[in-house]
Write a protein that binds this ligand. Structure first.
Ligand code: PDD
Length: 284
């Protein structure tokens, strides 16, 4: 059965959902997006995702196509129409259609597209086994804090990982890990300190990252917010990634190095469990 997709005011079967070939998202990558996860038919950390979208729009001087209240209504309607209880909702705003030009159009009418992806996100085998990552050079632009639809570099990083027999890639710039292809990267040192890179234009300010850091503080875990090198990661006791679609996912191998015992570490496993409990309780 086909999904119902939202496109600029209409709910349509996915095969009938269309946008203009002149849409600047299509021609210039001139668009921003968000992904909120869905648990028990409810949205997880959604207010924070909407707030980050607002910041992305403002950094690119792009207009909202609707009010935030309308956006939330569309999210709820698309979940209802597709009857999704677990998975993700994706929505993107582009500057809209205009004749191709590097100059932003004068009176742009921004475009909103939204769809759901039904999938298991809690009960996934990878959470039990952990995943492997390779390191790759970070070749992305320098405004990674803006969640744009320009995802080719991340897609290439992920493909390099799959071709190397790994699950994902950690991107490296001037000797330090920036983040995963579509997630934030963490290590736990041998003395049980959680290390993750500081916020800047070099990485996406992950919503899950923020919640995990709050959780770590509540649990009295030691956290050190700073960049780390691949070498430091190879010698870590544990490693994990965070994102809306993976929550907390243990990393058990980085390049050719087994991390810890090569199985998900206790801190990663605990944070995943706590995160899912909180996400379920707070989902709305
Ligand atoms: N990706 N870093 C990058 C480059 C990302 O693309 C993402 C999210 C994150 C984690 O952010 P958050 O915790 O807010 O999801 C970090 C989404 C899930 C995606 O592109 O599918």
């Amino acid at each position: 059965m086909s999904r119902i997709v939202y496109v600029n005011g209409e709910y349509l079967p996915e095969e009938d959902a269309k946008i203009s070939v002149f849409d600047r998202g299509f021609l210039m990558g001139d668009g921003v997006y968000e992904v909120s996860s869905i648990l028990d038919g409810k949205l997880v950390d959604n207010a924070a995702h909407i707030a980050r979208l607002e910041r992305s729009l403002s950094e690119l001087k792009m207009d909202w196509p609707c009010t935030k209240e309308e956006l939330l209504e569309i999210q709820r309607e698309i979940l209802r129409l597709n009857n999704v209880t677990e998975g993700a909702v994706y929505w993107q705003i582009t500057r809209g259609a205009a004749d191709r030009d590097f100059v932003f159009p004068k009176n742009p009418k921004s475009s909103l597209v939204m769809f759901t992806q039904a999938k298991n996100i809690v009960d996934v085998p990878a959470a039990k086994t952990g995943i492997s990552v390779i390191t790759v050079p970070d070749i992305r632009w320098h405004r990674r804090d803006i969640k744009t639809v320009q995802l080719l570099a991340s897609s290439m990083a992920k493909m390099a990982a799959l071709e190397a027999g790994a699950n994902d890639a950690w991107q490296v710039e001037t000797g330090y890990v920036t983040e995963g292809s579509s997630n934030n990267a963490f290590i736990v040192t041998q003395d049980e300190t959680i290390v993750t890179r500081n916020l800047s234009n070099d990485i996406l300010h992950g919503i899950t990252r923020r919640v995990i850091l709050e959780l770590a503080e509540k649990e009295n875990l030691t956290v050190d917010i700073r960049p780390f090198t691949p070498d430091e990661a190879y010698g870590a006791a544990e490693a994990f990634i965070t994102s809306a679609s993976s929550f907390v996912m243990p990393v058990v191998k980085i390049d050719d190095h087994k991390i810890g015992t090569g199985t998900p570490g206790p801190i990663a496993v605990k944070l995943r469990k706590l995160y899912i409990e909180i996400a379920r309780a707070d989902a709305a």
